[in-house]
Ligand binder design. Structure first.
Ligand code: NAP
Ligand code: 8YV
Length: 326
């Protein structure tokens, strides 16, 4: 039986504070605040057996750790973890699906309503005393009423968004690479066809090469002048330059974004857009849900180092039939 307290886990960059405390109480943690593997002295590297981090574990970091066995990602999205490289080296990769699904879907609906009903600006109006001085807040030009939503990425989170939208009386269609046989929503085999058919396009797909800048000028044109874009997936899925132009020239009506291409940097063109609602990647960011994510991350590490099957391996390592430790 492995002595977990003697098992060295590298934490590159920052991680949720509750999770960091649990990790430190369970393992021998080496924090690397800079995230730069060059800052970890050569002589310390062979002792590192696991990495716990938030979506930033490139091949270079794995290659610098000769005895690395497992990368436990804090988050369901792991586009920043080179999982194929890990699988090729026999390194396990885990993520944190399911435990955040409902929270992220809740936030997606909140962001949708903020965007369509201008709720952020309405609150600022009240706080500035303008209700009393200037009268009622102006009527919004947009509404959820009568809309048809299209979801790109009808997976765990996309489906939780779809069921919420249905409860709000909104029709739902979707685009995945593969049609699902367990839902009755209208399927579109291309994103452009989905965008043409709806006036509320919600992105809940993963980042990475297959979705890179998928929401481009052509898709935005297909969404049209009454169209609204909501992105809760990854910033890289949207061509931000094209979006800035589309918001400015009326190609689409509005956008609500929780994620950006180069976080935490947000392009000035989006900050300047009055018809964009911008959130700082907060979809899963309640203490409740972040704790559940952290607990799952720690559980995966504990199971791995006890020689048992991890709970949530990512698809790339599952496919390789990576052997469990022990
Ligand atoms: P999931 O269950 O794996 O669902 C992903 C869905 O996207 C699947 O239905 C998949 O279907 C579809 N998809 C994948 N690649 C696609 C492509 N190239 N084109 C069209 N559809 C594609 O994952 P999840 O748990 O719902 O999470 C989804 C993503 O949400 C995460 O990967 C993460 O990036 C993001 N997320 C963001 C936040 C936030 O804080 N904003 C929080 C959690 C998650 P096919 O394989 O059939 O294409
Ligand atoms: C992040 C997310 O994990 O799960 C994901 O894919 O994007 C979020 O839940 C979170 O932002 C980590 O800090």
């Amino acid at each position: 039986m492995t002595d977990l307290k003697a098992t060295k886990i590298l934490v590159p960059g920052s991680i949720n504070p509750d999770t960091f405390e649990t990790l430190k109480a369970t393992f021998d943690v080496r924090h690397l605040p800079s995230r730069n593997i060059a800052d970890l002295p050569e002589e310390e590297r062979p002792a590192i057996l696991g990495v716990a981090g938030f979506n930033n574990v490139p091949a270079k970091l794995m290659d610098a750790l000769p005895n690395l066995e497992i990368v436990a990602n804090f988050g369901v999205g792991y586009d920043g973890v080179d999982a194929n490289h890990a699988a090729s080296k026999g390194i396990m990769v885990t993520n944190t699906p399911d435990v955040l699904t409902e929270e992220v879907a809740d936030t997606a609906l909140g962001l949708t309503l903020m965007t369509l009903r201008d709720l952020g600006r309405a609150e600022q109006y009240l706080r500035a005393g303008r209700w009393e001085s200037d009268g009622p807040f102006p009527l919004t030009q947009t509404t959820l009423r009568g809309r048809t939503a299209g979801i790109m990425g009808l997976g765990r989170i996309g489906l939780a968004i779809a069921t919420r939208l249905e409860a709000f009386g909104v029709r739902v269609a979707y685009h995945n690479r593969t049609k699902r046989d367990d839902v009755a929503y209208a399927y579109h085999d291309t994103l452009k066809s989905l965008a043409e058919a709806v006036d509320l396009l919600v992105i809940a797909a993963p980042g990475g090469a297959s979705t890179d800048k998928a929401v481009d000028a052509e898709v935005l044109k297909a969404l049209g002048p009454k169209g609204v874009l909501i992105n809760i997936g990854r910033g890289t899925t949207v061509d931000e330059e094209a979006l800035i132009v589309a918001l400015k020239d009326g190609t689409i009506q509005a956008a609500g974004l929780d994620v950006f291409e180069k976080e935490p940097k947000v392009p000035q063109g989006l900050l300047d857009a009055p018809n964009a609602v911008l959130l700082p990647h907060v979809a899963s960011a309640s203490r409740h849900t972040r704790k559940a994510m952290g607990d799952l991350l720690v559980e995966n590490l504990k199971l791995w180092f006890s020689g048992q099957d991890v709970v949530t391996p990512v698809a790339e390592v599952t496919r390789t039939g990576l052997k469990r430790r022990g």
